[in-house]
Ligand binder design. Structure first.
Ligand SMILES: Cc1cc2nc3c(=O)[nH]c(=O)nc-3n(C[C@H](O)[C@H](O)[C@H](O)COP(=O)(O)OP(=O)(O)OC[C@H]3O[C@@H](n4cnc5c(N)ncnc54)[C@H](O)[C@@H]3O)c2cc1C
Length: 299
């Protein structure tokens, strides 16, 4: 049976884009699928200072560099959302919201998505007050009051970023311990317009004119604001895998040293896999290794 592709990469984050470069250079017939836009989570990074060879760069610019590299190599990204994968042993069928494709191998590089607070109205307020990306949406709240939920590096970094744009920034943390690095926290504490609220959780989102107008905390306090930025961690993005059951741990895909999953012919890399370090450098490194394993498997 003639298959459409030798390999399909699902997700054009940094891991998927790296794999695409390696597969292309090895002459493999592959397809790169992306549901939104390339770069995934990296688009949310304000400043990247730990990627070797680049002293400092904002996330979207680093993504653009990678996209330019794909263009140089004539690698296309097909903008389709994968909704399921079927394992036919000898080959796989990748179902997207537009088409079905047959392929010998699949690489899952679908990364992570931000954790939600799980509150009523949260989903309907996305783009109308609720955001997970300060560097993307901060400017919509110029001179307004906003809050950031969380206590890690992303939350505190976002609060500092927003303090330069917004009138007031509340940081709401469920404990009085901040996981953020001391340097990042100290910088935020120097800002006059950041107000830290500890040992509190957000319990209610109030709406006026179809937009977020205020939030309520677990002590009944109501804070009037226009934007709420959620930075309470991430969860692996594998909910499209309905017809195959991979071995996972807390929804993170388990892979071996060759980035092979528990299903023959299916590989995974980047933030969707179980590992110790969730960074660009590891996601790109695994992307290259997974591509190499796929090349060996096909040969
Ligand atoms: C705010 C923030 C700041 C960060 N700062 C740094 C930093 O300074 N240094 C550092 O090293 N790391 C940083 N990171 C971490 C780094 O961005 C990630 O580790 C890395 O981008 C993970 O890449 P990935 O390709 O594995 O996954 P992702 O970036 O999550 O990409 C996955 C891609 O898959 C796509 N996708 C998902 N599901 C489907 C589907 N069903 N069909 C088609 N496509 C799909 C998504 O749309 C996405 O484009 C930061 C992360 C965040 C959120």
């Amino acid at each position: 049976m003639k298959l459409d592709f030798d390999s399909i990469i699902i997700g054009a984050g940094v891991s998927g884009m790296t794999s695409a470069i390696y597969l292309k250079r090895a002459g493999i017939n592959f397809l790169l699928l992306e549901q939104n836009y390339p770069g995934g989570q990296l688009n949310r990074a304000d400043k990247v200072k730990n990627y070797p060879g680049i002293v400092e760069i904002d996330g979207p610019s680093l993504v653009m560099n990678m996209v330019n590299q794909l263009n140089e190599l004539d690698i296309n990204i097909n903008y389709e959302q994968v909704i399921d994968i079927e394992d036919k042993i000898e080959y796989k069928i990748v179902h997207t919201n537009k088409k079905d494709y047959t392929t010998k191998t699949v690489l899952l590089t679908t990364g992570r998505i931000p954790r939600e607070l799980g509150l009523e109205n949260e989903k309907s307020l996305i783009g109308k007050g609720i955001s997970w990306c300060a560097s993307c949406d901060g400017n919509f709240y110029k001179e307004k009051s906003v809050a950031v939920v969380g206590g890690g590096n992303t939350a505190i970094g976002d609060a500092t970023y927003l303090s330069n744009i917004c009138k007031k920034v509340y940081v709401i943390n469920r404990t009085d311990h901040f996981r953020a690095d001391a340097g990042i926290l100290d910088k935020a504490k120097e800002k006059d317009n950041i107000c830290f609220i500890t040992n509190r959780i957000v319990t209610k989102l109030n709406i006026q004119d179809e937009k977020l107008s205020s939030i309520e905390l677990d002590n009944g306090e109501i804070i009037e604001l226009s934007g709420l930025f959620e930075a309470i961690g991430s969860i692996p993005n594998i909910n499209y895998l309905k017809s195959i059951s991979l071995v996972t741990d807390n929804n993170y895909i388990i892979v071996d040293k060759d980035l092979k999953t528990s299903v023959d012919g299916i590989y995974a890399s980047g933030d969707a896999i179980k590992k110790d370090l969730y960074q660009i450098v590891t996601a790109t490194g695994e992307g290259a290794l997974a591509a190499n394993s796929i090349i060996n498997y096909l040969n």
